[in-house]
Design a protein around this ligand. Structure first.
Ligand SMILES: O=C(CO)[C@@H](O)[C@H](O)[C@H](O)[C@H](O)COP(=O)(O)O
Ligand SMILES: [Zn+2]
Length: 196
């Protein structure tokens, strides 16, 4: 096996500790519960993590594997007019916080993603979420960085290399999307079929 694959496999093995896996399962339970009670999920990140936020929203609004009703999830990096107007007229730091203020309601979830755990716009979004009665999920590398104090549901890995952290994030959110869908539809015995 080539050196780079071995290296990545080692990083994945180190990241998926029993403690981390328990946090993932807690997060699955949270999202399933809040969806069931009619709440929605807001997700934000920068760069590759903005793409991850869109990916997660697509899994919930569309489907992961099952034919079922849509689940309410919004990636906050997708409205270009809002992003550019707010960043141009005010500042980039509050571009997600503003949307949390506008769209978030108590009981909703804000899922902030930052590999470094120190992007100011993610920190501000989580702060605003807390102030507005949302539940916060913080997904980060660097052991959580500055997201530590702001995350009700932490998904933190002790990795320091952004691409490796993103690869762990991808595996994590696929597991979460799969299991939330399974809990709400397949396991609940509702009409749902594996999509072909
Ligand atoms: O995808 C990558 C690197 O793999 C980059 O686009 C990366 O996401 C950007 O540099 C982000 O701005 C990093 O922000 P963060 O994850 O530290 O919050
Ligand atoms: Zn990347």
């Amino acid at each position: 096996m080539s050196y780079w694959i071995q290296h990545r496999l080692r990083s994945i093995e180190e990241a998926f500790s029993p403690k981390y896996c328990r946090s993932v399962e807690h997060t699955i339970g949270l999202i399933a519960r809040q969806f069931q009670e009619g709440n929605k999920l807001l997700i934000c990140g920068n760069g590759g993590s903005a793409a991850d936020a869109q990916h997660i929203a697509a899994e919930f609004v569309g489907r992961f594997q099952l034919h079922r009703r849509g689940l309410p999830a919004i990636a906050l990096g997708t409205n270009v007019a809002t992003l550019t107007a707010w960043s141009n007229d005010y500042e980039y730091e509050t571009v997600f916080a503003r949307q949390v203020e506008a769209l978030g309601r108590p009981g909703d979830i804000l899922w902030g993603i930052s590999t470094s755990g120190k992007s100011p716009n993610i920190i501000r979004a989580l702060e605003t979420a807390r102030e507005s009665g949302l539940i916060t999920i913080g997904m980060a590398g660097n052991g959580g960085g500055m997201l530590k104090e702001l995350s009700d549901y932490p998904l933190f890995v002790k990795q320091y290399h952004t691409p490796y952290i993103q690869e762990i994030h991808l595996m994590t959110y696929h597991r979460i999307c799969e299991q939330v869908e399974a809990q709400l539809f397949a396991k609940a015995g509702l009409e749902a079929q594996v999509a072909v």
